[in-house]
Design a protein around this ligand. Structure first.
Ligand SMILES: NC(=O)c1ccc[n+]([C@@H]2O[C@H](COP(=O)([O-])OP(=O)(O)OC[C@H]3O[C@@H](n4cnc5c(N)ncnc54)[C@H](O)[C@@H]3O)[C@@H](O)[C@H]2O)c1
Length: 329
């Protein structure tokens, strides 16, 4: 099988590429992967260093909004796994335009090309944030979309375009929606790597509002296993939830990170809440369990211990990213 992976130099996409190209599972034998990524601030070539010499690996630097380039790169691939996106909620609040461009127009550019070239499966990787916020219970794949941040709205738009390409043109689309990911190689602007790297440097960490916002945490390796299952076993036109099953308030998560880094609450600075901050996300993953055989396997304590140890040992990876000038967008 030949896969086109967009956004493969980012956090989750690179985990997907590394894990599939090193997989001993016979279903991945002979797999070839082309990564298409334009290396925004979040795209890091070092994330792909472990597979750089793999005979099945090709890297193309380019923008998913560039229809000519996408039209040149896509033919010959059996499937697309689409990760490329602007992904940081706080950046979308500061400036939504790149989110509309990449997440909506970029996705449509890929869908158009996949339709035109008769590409097989198109896995669109999305987020639980498209549903908004839920006080109790959990969303099913049938729950209405009610996104609150510009990031979530742009992802909801791209989900609907992907599903429309299935209904209108019969494109073999599968949409996955996951909860908050964590793990190795996550860009140090997101909560867990920001807190861990600050704490390792003896710097304070900013906790939004009351710290009572609830998130469900998913180890990135479980997420990528779920995406691979959706790629191989998902039904066309279907949405699948890939959750971690472990809910924590941001305050509880902070306590775990303080303990894991041997620091205390004196390192925490309360900061004004994020605008429009969703209180709680929760996914019902029964459909993915029943149809794909998906379950999250990495326990939060083990996953966090591995993640903290990795950041402790890989200053050479994150220090240059934290000291790089912040882009004005
Ligand atoms: N991180 C999470 O917790 C999470 C949760 C739910 C869903 N998701 C979704 O998973 C996907 C991957 O998330 P991530 O955390 O790895 O993101 P990331 O920000 O770490 O990586 C995004 C990658 O996309 C690339 N990219 C951005 N714009 C591009 C463009 N126009 N053309 C080509 N490449 C482009 C970047 O260079 C980068 O390599 C996204 O679609 C995101 O919405 C992430």
């Amino acid at each position: 099988m030949r896969l086109l992976v967009t956004g493969g130099a980012g956090f989750i996409g690179s985990e997907f590429v590394r894990s599939l190209l090193s997989s001993p599972d016979p279903v991945h034998r002979g797999l070839r992967i082309t990564v298409l990524d334009n290396l925004t601030y979040a795209g890091v070539m070092a994330n792909l260093a472990p597979v750089a010499g793999h005979p099945g690996f090709t890297f193309v630097r380019g923008d998913i909004c560039d229809a000519d380039l996408v039209g040149q790169v896509l033919p010959g691939h059996d499937a697309v796994v689409h990760f490329a996106a602007e992904s940081h909620v706080d950046r979308s609040i500061a400036g939504a335009r790149p989110f509309a461009v990449t997440n909506v127009l970029g996705t449509q550019t890929l869908l158009d090309a996949a339709h035109r070239h008769g590409t097989g499966r198109f896995v669109h990787v999305s987020t639980d944030e498209v549903y908004g916020s839920i006080e109790t219970g959990a969303w099913t794949e049938e729950s209405p979309l009610a996104p609150n941040s510009p990031y979530a709205a742009s992802k909801a738009g791209s989900d609907l375009l992907a599903l429309a390409a299935h209904r209108t043109h019969g494109l073999d689309v599968v949409v996955t929606r996951c909860s908050n990911n964590y793990g190795r190689y996550q860009f140090p602007e997101k909560l867990i790597p920001l807190f861990v790297t600050n704490l390792l440097d003896g710097l304070p960490v900013p906790l939004y509002g009351t710290g009572r916002n609830v998130r469900e945490w998913l180890h990135v390796s479980d997420h990528c296993r779920g995406i691979d299952l959706a790629l191989r076993k998902g039904r066309p036109g279907q949405v699948y939830h890939l959750g971690g099953g472990r809910e924590l308030t941001n305050g509880e998560l902070t306590a775990l990170l303080l303990a894991a880094t041997g620091t205390g609450w004196e390192m925490v600075r309360r900061v004004p809440d994020r605008k429009g901050h969703d209180l709680r996300y929760a996914l019902d993953c029964g459909k993915a369990e029943a149809e794909l055989g998906y379950t999250a396997e990495v326990g939060l304590e083990d996953g966090l211990a591995d993640t903290v140890a990795w950041y402790r040992e890989h200053r050479d990876w994150w220090e240059p990213l934290k000291s790089a000038p912040v882009e004005g967008r």
